[in-house]
Each structure stands twice: as structure tokens, then as C-alpha cells.
Design a protein around this ligand. Structure first.
Ligand code: SF4
Length: 106
């Protein structure tokens, strides 16, 4: 499966959701997740992310392993998103910032 990692938090560009052939992205207040049971590993979304937040499970950095579980958990409770929308107004300010996990809203 593919996994949305920490850099999506507070950036939440939605370019990825447009290209997913199985519509397996789910949207929270300031983060997106991929449903691991629905993702078909096509890899189309990965290059679409302007902040490089999406990884294949195998390439997810060691310090972001917690996002595997977070994607699985939150994809069960958040609504599906299939169409691109405007990014948060302050998305650019958060690009590449460290320690965003504590800012994740549910
Ligand atoms: Fe969707 Fe393909 Fe990305 Fe999986 S890898 S989330 S199926 S676009």
C-alpha cells in the first residue's frame, strides 16, 4: 500500500486524490490518508504530491512508521475525497516543517 506521511499535515494539497483510480483517499481537517485495503499500489499519486508526503509502504521513513497505523485508522472514520480542492491558505508556510504530527487534527 501507499501511505500519506507527516508532510501532508497542514499542507493538504489534494492533487493526489484526482489521480487515484480506486478513490481511496480520505480527508480529515488538516491531513489526508489512504485506505490500505483499497489502495492497488498503482503509484500514480506519489509524484502528484507537491510536498512529497506520499510513500510506498516499503519506502516509508523509519521515523514515520506510525503513519501506517494512522492511515489505516483514520481512513475508516474520515469521509472519502475524490476531487481536488483549494489548499489551506497557509499551506506554503508549513511546507517541509518538522514535528507536524502533534498538529494533526482529527
Ligand atoms: Fe490510489 Fe494508486 Fe495512490 Fe494507491 S497508489 S492511493 S491506488 S493512486
Amino acid at each position: 500500500t501507499f501511505v500519506v506521511g507527516e508532510q501532508c499535515i497542514k499542507c493538504k494539497h489534494t492533487d493526489c486524490v484526482e489521480v487515484c483510480p480506486v478513490d481511496c483517499f480520505y480527508e480529515g481537517p488538516n491531513f489526508l490518508v489512504i485506505h490500505p485495503d483499497e489502495c492497488i499500489d498503482c503509484a500514480l499519486c506519489e509524484p502528484e504530491c507537491p510536498v512529497d508526503a506520499i510513500f510506498s509502504e516499503d519506502e516509508l521513513p523509519e521515523d514515520q512508521q506510525v503513519f501506517l497505523e494512522l492511515n489505516a485508522e483514520l481512513a475508516e472514520v474520515w469521509p472519502n475525497i475524490t476531487e481536488m480542492k483549494e489548499s489551506p491558505a497557509d499551506a506554503a508556510e508549513w511546507e517541509g516543517k518538522p514535528n507536524k504530527l502533534e498538529l494533526l487534527e482529527r
